[in-house]
Design a protein around this ligand. Structure first.
Ligand SMILES: [Zn+2]
Length: 496
């Protein structure tokens, strides 16, 4: 392509072997620069889900997909994700009753409802039963308690998904998390804020919100719940009834919120398997406008999280389209979920109403782990072990002399809902080894210089080393190519 030769200095050339033939893959750092520049621009106001900035980002991604010749599925690249936003009102209260005494505590000074859904942001009331500290909840032990109609009280924040499920099955009506120290509570109070965003359709399962109404209690309320028990004195307390009644009343102001995922398709060339897709995912939403930093900047631009991921997916799509030697067998589906930062809303919605059947989704490869400022030679793969998809990804790394380690799936990005529904999925994460050609010290300095996770300073800058993004995209590309070329079925994780 002579007209693109001027790109050669900036383009990263990788060689892959596909079907025995050697193909050249170009991952274009100029397009990585351009798309991140736009997506992380102040004009998009941090791309918060449900805002115009996020809608502009979605329109931009759709137009890039159109320019690349990718196809929509159905009549649009943009797929609505209907949400609701509830603002917790100051009338929200928790009453503690013991003998004839009654004490009232209010949001947000003394309590904060945890993230929730339409079915868990609700009132509850019942006798308080201590179920143990959150770090030591044993499911077998819980089953020995009578929790029917009870409010489960635990020390510390956030129980595991399994524990929340067990508590609900045992008949608990809600959870109260005791947070005894002011700074710990302040952290949750600030991060949860007053708004809750969730699916308008309560049948859509949430990967992130607890399945049972949950309240975070500040120190004053916490002491009222345990006063007179060993826990008040900081001593261990055996699980059991606390001898008081708790009554939680929530007041919400609710409105509908429009959001959307963007989905683009590159059809495969092998008629036998092109009805099956290999999915790539990178969320495009970020945190929007929030608390200003010391420089007064209040726009959370999300350059590395996850304008970079979106740009990498577009660069992968571009490379796949431009590669004239491509013998792509399966179709590729590029998914750009919304609402990741608000609890995997876009990907949870997608798996509940898939745009392409999940049974014909061979794997999902997720990019959402920041913008590495150097050439990676090591990786972490979340969601897999060293067999199946993980094995293909580990071999793809080894083929370039890189290393990759594996770890189980967690609800930390958009691959998770897919894994939960039985689709093999992996989140590709930069590893800790020094960057290629750099000492451990200079790598560490680079990492520190560019570590701006969830801060307003995470914006686009001219001098960011974009070759790091090209390397990250290249690895995701290689995994995709390996998943495409391999003829073996990929074992599917159990649905949960
Ligand atoms: Zn992210």
């Amino acid at each position: 392509m002579p007209e693109r030769q001027w790109l050669a200095a900036a383009a990263f050339i990788a060689t892959i072997a596909a079907d025995g033939a050697t193909a050249q893959v170009q991952l274009d750092t100029l397009s990585l620069r351009a798309s991140t520049f736009f997506l992380a621009h102040d004009l998009l106001q941090g791309r918060a889900t449900g805002t115009t900035g996020a809608d502009i980002a979605a329109a931009y991604i759709a137009s890039e997909c159109r320019a690349l010749g990718l196809m929509p599925i159905g009549d649009s690249y943009v797929h609505p994700v209907p949400l609701e936003e509830s603002t917790v009102e100051p009338g929200t209260q928790l009453v503690v009753r013991r003998a004839n005494q009654e004490a009232r505590f209010s949001f947000p000074t003394d309590l904060t409802p945890d993230v929730g859904t339409r079915s868990t942001l609700v009132d509850f009331a019942g006798p308080a039963v201590f179920v143990g500290p959150v770090s030591e909840l044993h499911l077998e032990l819980l089953r020995e308690l009578d929790l029917r109609g009870a409010v489960a009280v635990t020390a510390g924040a956030r129980v595991s998904a399994e524990a929340a499920q067990t508590l609900r099955q045992l008949g608990a009506v809600g959870i109260v998390h005791l947070l005894g120290d002011e700074s710990g509570y302040a952290l949750y109070r600030r991060s949860r804020g007053a708004t809750r965003l969730y699916h308008a359709d309560s049948a859509v399962r949430s990967s992130f919100a607890p399945v049972i109404p949950s309240v975070l209690a500040g120190p004053r309320l916490s002491y009222a719940v345990v006063s007179g028990t060993a826990l008040e004195r900081g001593e261990p307390l055996a699980p059991g009834p606390l001898g008081r009644e708790l009554e939680f009343r929530i007041e919400l102001n609710t409105r509908a919120v429009d959001a959307a995922n963007v989905v683009c398709l590159l059809p495969g060339k092998d008629a036998l398997v092109s009805d099956t897709v290999i999915a790539f995912a990178a969320h495009y939403d970020h945190l929007g406008v929030g608390l200003p930093d010391s420089s007064g900047d209040a726009i959370y631009n999300g350059f590395s999280d996850n304008a970079a991921g979106v740009a990498m997916l577009l660069a992968i799509a571009q490379a796949m389209v431009q590669d004239s030697h491509s013998q792509l067998r399966h179709s590729l589906l590029f998914l750009f979920p919304v609402g990741e930062e608000r609890g995997l809303l876009g990907s949870d919605y997608y798996v509940s109403k898939p745009v392409w059947p999940l049974e014909r989704t061979r794997a999902i490869l997720n990019i959402d782990a920041g913008a590495p400022p150097g050439l990676l030679v090591s990786w972490r793969l979340a969601g897999v072990d060293s067999s199946g998809l993980g094995g293909l990804a580990v071999s793809a790394a080894a083929s370039r002399g890189w290393t990759a380690t594996t770890s189980p799936a967690r609800a930390n990005s958009d691959y998770f809902p897919f894994v939960r529904e039985g689709v093999p999925g992996v989140l590709v994460i930069p590893g800790a080894e020094p960057y290629e050609g750099l000492t451990a010290d200079s790598s560490a300095a680079l990492r520190k210089r560019w570590d701006l996770y969830h801060r307003p300073g995470d914006h686009w800058t001219e001098d960011f080393p974009f070759a790091g993004l090209a390397r990250y995209a290249e690895y995701a590309y290689l995994i995709g190519a390996a998943v495409d070329t391999s003829s073996a079925p990929i074992p599917r994780p159990p649905r949960r």
